[in-house]
Unconditional design. Structure first.
Length: 197
């Protein structure tokens, strides 16, 4: 049975974060150009020790500032894509809507347990020092119609993935993984809303 399901967890305040990314990108590029120019001057003044130290430290600090702004901008406007393709779940990090980085490819047979982060089992897994947490959302609160789902999987060691998704992803995932993988205490999102009212 072939299956394909895809959805995204967009960062809240996306427009604001895009503007911040653009500003940080400008500063990053300024420091990179500055570092290259100072490095060129460093090469010209190699015989003079005083100038060599001055331009060398200037080049290093400019490269350092470039690196800081480069890393900062890549953490600013981040969203995640989840694609379920028959026998695996692919999670990608999307930086500023145009750069994609694969976070994980989880084989469905490697999934140990799936559930809601509000469940006590999630807290138990999170507290286990042998399980690495991998947060695959930029948001502190789930968007409307979505919830935070956890997936405990054996992916080069036990990992606990946290996704912000619709319940449809969970439903489709349960079609291709073992039934026992669903947390026994899982409550559908609709029932959960009714219980909270």
């Amino acid at each position: 049975m072939d299956l394909f399901y895809e959805e995204s967890a967009k960062a809240k305040n996306g427009e604001k974060k895009e503007k911040k990314y653009a500003v940080l990108n400008v500063f990053s590029n300024i420091f990179l150009v500055l570092a290259i120019l100072i490095s060129v001057l460093f090469v010209f003044f190699i015989p003079d020790v005083g100038f060599m130290i001055f331009f060398g430290s200037g080049a290093l600090s400019s490269f350092g500032m470039w690196f800081v702004f480069f890393k900062w901008k890549n953490m600013t406007n981040v969203s995640y894509d989840y694609a379920l393709v028959t026998d695996e779940l692919r999670i990608s990090k999307v930086i500023n809507t145009n750069k994609r980085k694969l976070v994980a490819r989880i084989a469905t047979e490697a999934i140990i347990q799936v559930g809601d982060v509000d469940a006590s089992s999630y807290d138990r897994f999170k507290a286990d020092p042998n399980i690495k947490s991998v947060i695959c959302t930029s948001n502190e609160e789930a968007a409307d119609g979505k919830f935070f789902m956890y997936i405990l999987a054996d992916d080069n060691g036990r990992k606990l993935f946290v996704l912000e998704c619709r319940e449809e992803l969970l439903i489709n995932l349960m079609r291709v993984t073992k039934r026992t993988a669903l947390d026994r205490d899982y409550v559908s999102q609709e029932k959960k809303k009714q219980q909270q009212v």
